[in-house]
Design a protein around this ligand. Structure first.
Ligand code: ADP
Length: 467
């Protein structure tokens, strides 16, 4: 299941709490105001009935009712009954067809069909033996109407408020978490192209307001700390590169002297067979060291951006064919019966550095020969594929275990050091990768252990150098 982003989680949280809060606030408001509205309608009714008694007069055995009694004041209808519940005077609201029992001094709710009414009765003693009853009726619906309006308003307002919280919350969270996205993308870029000179650069780059924010905001502080750490790392890596370069330079001269001295000694006819064998061993080891130093110098120049690339339009088909022939000579000298075949399309050209291209191909071919079984075949191919030149070096040798495949391009990595022999440092493929990429191309590998490997490089075909 896809994980919900932090942005969405926070927004949902805000929205949920906002919805709860709004619901609670409105519920309290409704219950208070409905009670208030209804009780004020009741007290209005009671008050009106009590007042109306002033409009009644009994004179000479005759009951006189003031004109105010008939007017519907404050939504209250008044009617007058005798003790037998016989209607004497007054007004009954339309729709109120019931004749509820008299109930002195209490406000009751009477339902009549779909409507509800408040009814309040009050007795009034006109003489010692003549009592009349005033009945006040008011509609509950009228009282509730204003309350219903409030309710409708709230029902519309509630979702709107929740929606507004969701939108504002989302935008706010997005803005707050923007630096996290920048941190992630910078780290990804650093991982992709191993460029430690990149910085997140949040603090202070977006103007004064952000500078201020940078001093308070935890995420900005995190980004600044990250940048500091990257700065430190870059320094360490630079020192390491410089160290490798210095050491390689320092070693080059003594190794050169050892090789020259070995050559000198081997030319001495008085040297015994036994001593000659010892000197040859020293020479072989020193040769291996000289190769490693030259590879290290190449890579440290590449790291420091000092490895020159002199590209010119070269005939890749011819150059590849020639390198294959030289590879065959080298393979023959090993006497393991390994054949190198070529499947090269003629006339392929590319803007490339001739020396580096040969270096790349020699590395791939010598690896293929080294890891081939005796009497195996290595096939070198070259063809055009759209705007690219695609080269392959295929062997039927030991292959590379799947878990080693991603690492073979790393410096000093050897998948099976027991097979690679003494003079192999694990630097060759790092160089191959650098050369392919420096030409704007790439290199990849497929391999099956026990069956063989195929290295494929792609370079832009016949393109002019861009500078
Ligand atoms: P090395 O000098 O050890 O050959 P490389 O950088 O050229 O260093 O290769 C790194 C590792 O990749 C080798 O040690 C080997 O294990 C593996 N490898 C390279 N090419 C092949 C191949 N054609 N077949 C099998 N394994 C290979």
């Amino acid at each position: 299941m896809k994980r919900i982003s932090l942005k969405l989680k926070l927004t949902l949280l805000y929205t949920f709490f906002m919805a709860m809060l709004t619901c609670a606030a409105l519920a309290i408001l409704f219950s208070l105001s409905s009670r208030e509205i209804l009780s004020s309608a009741q007290s209005r009714l009671e008050h009106r009935v009590q007042e109306s008694v002033d409009d009644l007069d009994y004179d000479d055995g005759e009951l006189e009712v003031g004109s105010d009694f008939y007017s519907v004041t404050r939504d209250v209808y008044l009617s007058l009954y005798d003790s037998e519940m016989y209607f004497l005077y007054g007004k009954i609201p339309q729709g109120f067809d019931q004749q509820p029992e008299l109930a002195e001094g209490v406000t009751r709710t009477v339902r009549d069909g779909a409507r509800s009414w408040y009814v309040y009765d009050l007795s009034f003693r006109l003489t010692s033996d003549y009592t009349v009853y005033v009945r006040g009726i008011t509609s509950v619906a009228d009282a509730e109407e204003s309350f219903t309006v409030t309710l409708r308003f709230a029902v519309i307002l509630l979702p709107l408020m929740v929606l507004a919280t969701a939108v504002i919350g989302y935008r706010f969270t997005r803005r707050t978490l923007l630096p996290v996205r920048r941190i992630t993308s910078t780290v990804r870029e650093i991982r992709a192209d191993a460029d430690l000179s990149r910085r997140i650069g949040l603090a202070g780059q977006d103007g004064g307001a952000d500078k201020k924010r940078a001093s308070r905001d935890e995420i900005y502080t995190l980004a600044a700390t990250f940048d500091d750490m990257l700065g430190e790392l870059e320094k360490v890596f630079d020192r390491e590169k410089q160290f490798t370069s210095d050491v390689s330079h320092e070693l080059r001269t003594p190794v050169g002297v050892i090789l020259a001295q070995c050559g000198e000694m081997l030319r001495d006819p008085s040297l015994s067979e036994e001593h000659q064998a010892e000197v040859r061993l020293i020479q072989r080891k020193a040769k291996g060291m000289a190769d490693m130093i030259s590879q290290l110098l190449f890579l440290s120049r590449a790291d420091q951006g000092r490895q020159p690339l002199s590209r010119e339009l070269i005939d890749l088909s011819g150059l590849t064919e020639m390198t294959v022939e030289e590879g065959q000579l080298l393979a023959d000298s090993q006497r393991r019966g390994i054949r190198i075949e070529s499947e090269i399309e003629p006339g392929i050209e590319a803007w490339a550095d001739e020396t580096l291209y040969i270096r790349m191909l020699v590395n791939l071919i010598s690896n293929a020969v080294r890891y081939s079984f005796d009497n195996g075949t290595v096939t070198v191919g070259l063809k055009r594929e759209g705007a690219n030149v695609v080269g392959t070096v295929m062997d039927q040798g030991t292959g590379i275990p799947a878990d080693s495949l991603p690492h073979i391009w790393e410096r000093f990595y050897r998948a099976d050091s027991s097979r690679t022999g003494e003079n192999h440092s694990g630097l060759g493929l790092s160089m191959v990768k650098w050369i392919a990429e420096a030409h704007g191309g790439s290199v990849s590998v497929t391999s099956r252990p026990g069956e063989g490997s195929t290295f494929t490089f792609r370079l832009p075909a016949g393109k002019r150098e861009e500078n």
